[in-house]
Design a protein around this ligand. Structure first.
Ligand SMILES: [Zn+2]
Length: 411
């Protein structure tokens, strides 16, 4: 499917001291509007009243600006405040969709705090923001901000979000609508499995590890965390060490994003269709896989694959999380049951093929999506000839009908 896509482009911005004050005020106002609206909805819910619609919240906001308690809201762009209400609507929609099983379950919207690491405000086209001829970002009620343009915007952006992260850095994140940029067709297709031993495994047998620049950033973060734990509670040095940890965190996040970009671009360029397993990462939160899944940033990576597939006219499949990808032989399709995580290689009891756990799973992901991936990559050693198995009787004998039922239906 080829569709218009929204792309996000982030750039570092360097506000002056005065602009930082103006931004802090805007972050604060956006937060207050969000919290006021959340309180209105939560009070209604607690009183057993119907869900308060957005239009009503908007009317209450306009009225609040005329009261002495909230008059200062008029000091920031009204678009920023309206967008804060939109954010609350999105948070509720995600929450309700989670309850209905349309997406992974999320918590109910929560009150925002001044102490939250990440603060943000959004300006839409009607806010009157612009990029000046001199390459500055002009924001209403804030001023002209210096931007480090690390790459070109493909077309005029429709909205800009200004973010202050936990390390105290500022970013402008632009949303750009682009038409698809169709790549030349290729016959290659790929299934991708999240590895526990590797970041990702491709059905062609490629195992992908984190690149060195990411591992180095992670190592520095660990060291900064160690240093912090050794500093005395409440000391000046501890405060400094905490800032270092926040910066190291931010660098790891940047490095990880860069890695995800490089890898997702490569996979989309090289393949006509891509299949991944929907791990519903949030559902794993209580399992032992949770830590490695979160660390690996799998869901952020899958999101990139999905939008890049749309952007470049490729096919993207997400297969259901209940497909038992590690229980099925990718060569003959026989399902031979769960295997504990320490089993990395096993011999299929039906066809005798020696299979690599991770690659076998990646091939199964591709096949479950209906892609004609070759099972060759999964094969460590080909199976022995079936005649021998019949003669020796050392392998469980699958009847034809069992194999048919246990195999993946799309085979
Ligand atoms: Zn088999």
């Amino acid at each position: 499917m080829v569709v218009d896509v929204q792309l996000r482009y982030s750039f570092r911005v360097y506000p002056s001291t005065g602009q930082r004050v103006a931004l802090a005020r805007a972050f604060g106002c956006a937060r207050v509007v969000f919290n006021d609206a959340l309180r209105v909805r939560e009070s209604a819910r607690a009183a057993g009243l119907p869900f308060v619609p957005s239009g009503e919240l908007s009317r209450q906001l306009t009225a609040a600006k005329k009261t002495p308690e909230r008059a200062w809201l008029a000091e920031v762009s009204s678009v920023v405040l309206q967008q804060s209400l939109r954010d609350l609507d999105t948070a509720y929609r995600n929450f309700f969709d989670g309850l209905k099983g349309r997406r992974p379950r999320m918590g109910a919207p929560r009150f925002k705090s001044r102490k939250d690491g990440r603060q943000s405000i959004r300006f839409t086209a009607n806010a009157g923001w612009k990029i000046t001829a001199g390459g500055k970002l002009r924001l209403p009620r804030v001023g002209d901000l210096d931007v480090k343009w690390s790459r070109a915007l493909p077309s005029a952006p429709s909205t800009v979000t200004v973010v202050r992260d936990s390390a105290g850095r500022y970013f402008a994140s632009f949303v750009v609508e682009t038409g698809p940029e169709v790549l030349p067709t290729t016959d290659a297709v790929v299934g991708i499995d999240l590895g526990l031993t590797h970041f990702a495994i491709l059905s062609d047998g490629t195992k992908i590890d984190s690149p060195r620049f990411l591992r180095r950033a992670e190592k520095k973060l660990k060291k900064a965390q160690r240093d912090l734990s050794r500093k005395a509670e409440g000391s000046n040095n501890r405060a400094k060490a905490r800032i270092k940890v926040a910066r190291a965190h931010a660098r790891v996040a940047d490095a990880r994003r860069e890695f995800h970009h490089q890898l997702s671009t490569r996979i989309i360029r090289e393949n006509q269709a891509v299949a991944v397993e929907d791990l519903a990462v949030k559902g794993l939160a209580r399992t032992r896989m949770a830590k490695s899944v979160h660390d690996a940033g799998w869901s952020a990576f899958v999101t990139m694959l999905e939008y890049k597939a749309a952007k470049f006219g490729r096919v993207f499949h997400r297969i259901g999380r209940f497909e038992p990808t590690s229980q099925v032989c990718s060569v003959c399709g026989v399902k031979d049951g769960p295997k504990s995580l320490d089993v990395r290689v096993w011999t299929c009891g039906a066809c005798g093929t020696v299979l690599d756990r991770d690659i076998n799973a990646a091939v199964n992901v591709a096949k479950a999506a209906g892609l004609a991936a070759s099972a060759c990559g999964a094969r460590v050693r080909p199976g022995i000839v079936p005649a021998q198995r019949e003669e020796t009787g050392t392998h469980p004998k699958p009847s034809r009908s069992t194999a048919g039922q246990a195999g993946i239906s799309v085979l």
